[in-house]
Design a protein around this ligand. Sequence first.
Ligand code: 5AD
Ligand code: SF4
Length: 427
Amino acid sequence: MKSFYIKTFGCQMNVYDGQRISGMLCGLGMMPTDDVTTADLIILNTCAVREKASNKVFSELGRIRNRKKPDALFGIIGCVAREEGANSFRRIPELNFVLGPQSYHKLADIIENPDAKLLNIDLSGLEKFDALPPMIDNPVVAYIPIQEGCNHCCTYCIVPYTRGRELSRSFDDVINDVHAATGAIEICFLGQNVNGYKDKDGKNLADLIQATAKIESVKRIRFTSSYPTEMSDGLIKLFGQEPKLLPFLNMPIQSGSPDVLTRMNRPYSLVLYIDIIEKLRDVCPNIQISSDFIIGFPGELDSDFEMTCDIARRIGYINSYSFKYSPRPHTAAATMDNQIPENIKKQRLKILDDILTENNRTFNESCIGHTMPCLIEGRDKTGGHLLARTPYMQQVIIAATSAAAVAPIQNIKITSANKCSLRGKIV
Ligand code: 5AD
Ligand code: SF4
């Protein structure tokens, strides 16, 4: 039996794509392997959002080409494949295939015709979702993409180029995927602009959440990543009405400076952004918000950066990510004046990271003594502890009383906390 090795970089969307591809390859009679030196087919599933992620792919390709079997089929798929296109073959001549994020189903062609060099970086829409079989593994958390691409065109972002214009999958296809994820206790809907989801019949994300909540076996629902101005009143209200919808929302602000937001082409005011959070807190007082931040966007002044720090403290975001701005090909920001020197980006990133860590610590400590319904995700390596997630995606470590299986949702009383995780006990 032939074997395949697949390594995924980047976002949850890539993780999902990787699972569907594995399903397809198993359907073609292949088996997965972790050993790149013996694999017959080697696939790197790549991310191009930041330059560092993109460079990592080519160093990994360089390492693999010296270790792989001489006749192994070897290629890249995903956003770096789309970004680099035919140039990938010039950089690594041993590559057999280069497939963009919407052409994964073409992998079968290279298996049938191994002598060809296959390049397909077309944006062929939602075809791949129909062509790839359902997932093979049966995780407790199922990540389900509901749209592909993005129409927002933020000036720093390569996604509209690599994944194309926004396309929403049909409501029925998504609900079929939810039903196919039979072991899933938690459903996480994915999209670059997930709350902008609208199918051809006008069904929106709130409709999807309500239909999913009716499925008995699904106990928790969440979605990521939301664009602020797409938070409809109907969706906001659901946080107060639907108990299965977790009280946790990822809604990136990116910067706290109105000038920087304008240059990022993110046309919302801070007043509007804060107003959305207030509306959410009115209907769901215990909701927590997370954000992504970009530090050192071209022209960012100390005073702009201060505003980002202020908003990070003021909203009290938890579980947030901060990134140094990274110029990407095909984006408007890459050619803007006043690019910020690396040492300043580094200094600012450290300051913001300290604020975000402090927010996490404060929130984690505020959980001590409280009991929360948590999702049991598995055991640690020693088997002595259960690992669980709170409704806010914090990790909880629980001393396991026995090796017996426990129900997937447990009430956990939090007994201690630090900046990264919680400890608790089943009550
Ligand atoms: N540089 C740095 N961070 C970026 N992101 C997107 N593009 C860039 C870039 N060019 C970040 C944004 C986004 C997250 C997925 O990646 O914060 O929300
Ligand atoms: Fe990129 Fe902006 Fe779209 Fe997010 S909303 S994927 S940052 S263009």
